[in-house]
Design a protein around this ligand. Structure first.
Ligand code: HEC
Length: 117
């Protein structure tokens, strides 16, 4: 069988290409997606006059957001609150997107944002 090494080679390259594209898709956070998830979940409580204090990207600096998202306990508590409130189970990817959105529009970022208020 002469064709076998060729077929194996092609399959190997194909799986390698697939693995790299999925790895990339998983690694690159999407701040637009983050913003919409943030508005649909976090903003249910974190608004002026809401259950929790108003939170917008510019409420904190980039370092403060990073610290909060590194603090699994604090964010985990709100992930549970979100699930109780609206039944949405946020994934790791959702959280990564949300944190990327918040950090890239933090008070000391190039484009501080109030999140449409
Ligand atoms: C069901 C209501 C609710 C939802 C939904 C919710 N939170 Fe909270 N969150 C709270 C409460 C209550 C506290 C604690 C009291 C406070 O800080 O006002 C809190 C505290 C926090 C804090 C700490 C505030 C600080 O300055 O130390 C952060 C950060 C936070 N939430 C982020 C989020 C994020 C991000 C989401 C969306 C993924 C979210 N929350 C969704 C109710 C909620």
């Amino acid at each position: 069988m002469k064709t076998k090494p060729f077929v194996v080679g092609v399959l190997f390259l194909a799986s390698l290409a697939l693995a790299t594209t999925t790895a990339w898709a998983g690694k690159r956070p999407n701040p637009y997606r983050g913003k919409s998830v943030y508005k649909a979940t976090c903003k249910l409580c974190h608004v002026e006059g809401g259950e929790a204090k108003n939170l917008a990207p510019l409420s904190k600096t980039q370092a403060q957001w990073k610290r909060l998202f590194d603090n699994a306990k604090k964010i985990g508590a709100c992930v549970e609150r979100v699930e109780k409130k609206c039944g949405t189970k946020l994934s790791e990817e959702d959280l990564r997107n949300i944190s990327f959105f918040l950090i890239s529009h933090a008070a000391d970022s190039d484009q501080p944002e109030t999140c449409g208020e």
